[in-house]
Design a binder for this molecule. Structure first.
Ligand SMILES: [Fe+2]
Length: 162
């Protein structure tokens, strides 16, 4: 009979779980940072297309929160904890602190786009690293990559000239 206390929760073994955590943890950190700083931009954006950019930034934040949850829960589903504490995220993110106070819309968008790019770097590393290790986890980051690309397009199109 299967021992419910020790049986793996999935078909993955401990090495796979550790590898998945290694690749998904940086993704979780950058997505949490994107959600926090995206909200800062949402509150302080000024200028042309205010309503459109203000509302779009809330969509970006909501997506980043959803994706950080999906990536974190994939690690937990394989039996390992995740460190999504505020101080850890602040220490691990590559994001610069956004300028304090109100921002012209082009600067606000450029800041959030650069954070999307940082998250995308971590996602790309995870897509590469998980291909052999655990395609089920790779599927998680492929979905996130598709969404980040779309959000980047929606934001960037406000400041692109062609
Ligand atoms: Fe709001």
């Amino acid at each position: 009979m299967t021992d419910i206390q020790t049986a793996p929760k999935t078909g993955s073994n401990a090495d796979v779980a550790a590898g998945v955590a290694q690749y998904l943890t940086p993704v979780v950190h950058e997505l949490i940072a994107l959600a926090v700083n995206g909200k800062q931009a949402h509150w302080h954006v000024r200028g042309a297309n205010f309503i459109a950019v203000h509302e779009l930034l809330d969509d970006v934040v909501a997506h980043a929160q959803d994706w950080s949850d999906i990536a974190a829960e994939r690690v937990v589903a394989l039996g390992l904890p995740i460190d999504g504490r505020l101080a850890t995220v602040a220490a691990k993110t590559g994001a610069e602190n956004p300028k304090l106070g109100f921002l012209p819309y082009d600067e606000a968008i450029a800041g959030v786009v650069s954070q999307i790019d940082l998250a995308t770097e971590k996602v790309n590393a995870a897509i590469d690293g998980l291909a052999e290790l655990d395609p089920t986890s790779q599927d998680v980051v492929i979905e996130i990559r598709r969404g980040l690309d779309k959000d980047r397009w929606f934001l960037f199109s406000h400041i692109a000239v062609k």
